[in-house]
Design a protein around this ligand. Structure first.
Ligand code: SF4
Ligand code: SF4
Length: 303
């Protein structure tokens, strides 16, 4: 039996800001909602969302013998505005999560360090670490693990750190002595600021995003669609997070794992357009911007 308190101490020592434990269960309601989302075609060009549908909603089908999911979150400093329209920036805009090292590698390394230490204490334990790398319904797992709730913008929102968070999970084959439960009496209430702030109307209803309209998808993952106005964003989009009252009242993140490396406000469009591939690799080669590449960023600026 795994000791939940010990796991949480390890996770905190590795630099994570939040941690919760949940047992593995079939996420039937999420499966239904996802089916409706796919039926509407809201996955647009993100074809990979249709992969692993048989495993996506049941962790035990993804990892044989899975009993426990340890959900870990890193909070980061994101941009905050007090009212819609405050967010105009002269220079090309980049989502706050991308202004630091690529979270995939950093979080995975930290999770594997936790797993290694757990295996020293529990030699029979098997486990796997996930960071966006498998079809886990990670936001629902985070809700089940008592971290927060899913906001109208479909992101996890937490009372302590708002929504500027990145998630990683350890799936373990042993049971824990204690599991967390979803938070009570929390949620968005009557607030609809993120829905109103989305410049492209991509939040089509509560927790439902039409990726064909989402700037974040168009600048990072999807093929460019010239019909989508990027509103100055060249990689990602924080408009629906900038405005969230929970981000305004959030605690300062510890910044242990993912401190900020640069500020987009300091880099002009002219600098971006004149940048060489070599300079780009040197300055941004360890950040998520590498995924889009310089050419796509320059294209997003000049279109
Ligand atoms: S990331 Fe931007 S475009 Fe996408 S839903 Fe949020 S505000 Fe809208
Ligand atoms: S802006 Fe309002 S509705 Fe949107 S996630 Fe934050 S609290 Fe919820």
């Amino acid at each position: 039996m795994l000791e939940a308190k010990y796991i949480k101490e390890l996770v905190k020592t590795e630099g994570f800001d939040l941690c919760g434990l949940t047992s593995c269960r079939h996420l039937a309601l999420n499966e239904e909602a996802f089916g409706r989302w796919l039926a509407m075609g809201y996955d647009s060009s993100l074809g990979y969302m249709r992969n692993y549908l048989d495993k996506r909603f049941d962790v035990a089908k993804l990892v044989e013998g899975a009993r426990t999911v340890v959900v870990c979150a890193v909070a980061y400093d994101g941009v905050i505005v007090s009212k819609i329209g405050d967010s105009a920036a002269a220079n090309p805009k980049i989502a706050s999560y991308a202004c630091r090292r690529d979270y995939h590698k950093v979080i995975r390394k930290a999770l594997l360090s936790v797993l290694r230490q757990l295996k020293e204490r529990y030699p029979q334990l098997q486990g796997r670490a996930f960071v966006d790398s498998a079809p886990l319904v990670e936001k629902q797992l985070a809700v089940d693990a008592g971290l927060g709730w899913i906001g109208r913008q479909s992101l996890l929102v937490t009372p302590q750190y708002g929504s500027y968070l990145l998630l990683g999970e350890l799936v373990l084959t042993d049971e824990a002595d204690e599991y967390d439960v979803p938070l009570k009496a929390v949620g968005c209430g009557e607030c609809r600021r993120c829905v109103d702030a989305c410049p492209t109307g991509a939040i089509v209803s509560d927790m439902v995003i039409n990726t064909a309209r989402c700037i974040s998808c168009h600048t990072v993952e999807a093929s460019p669609d010239d019909n989508v106005d990027l509103h100055g964003w060249v990689f990602g989009c924080d408009e629906c997070q900038k405005i969230c009252p929970y981000n305004r009242s959030a605690s300062q993140p510890r910044g242990v794992l993912l401190p900020r490396q640069f500020s987009p406000e300091d880099i002009t469009a002219e600098e971006w357009l004149a940048m060489s591939e070599e300079d780009f690799q040197q300055r941004f080669g360890t950040t998520p911007l590498k995924r889009a590449g310089l050419k796509k960023i320059q294209y997003n600026i000049s279109r």
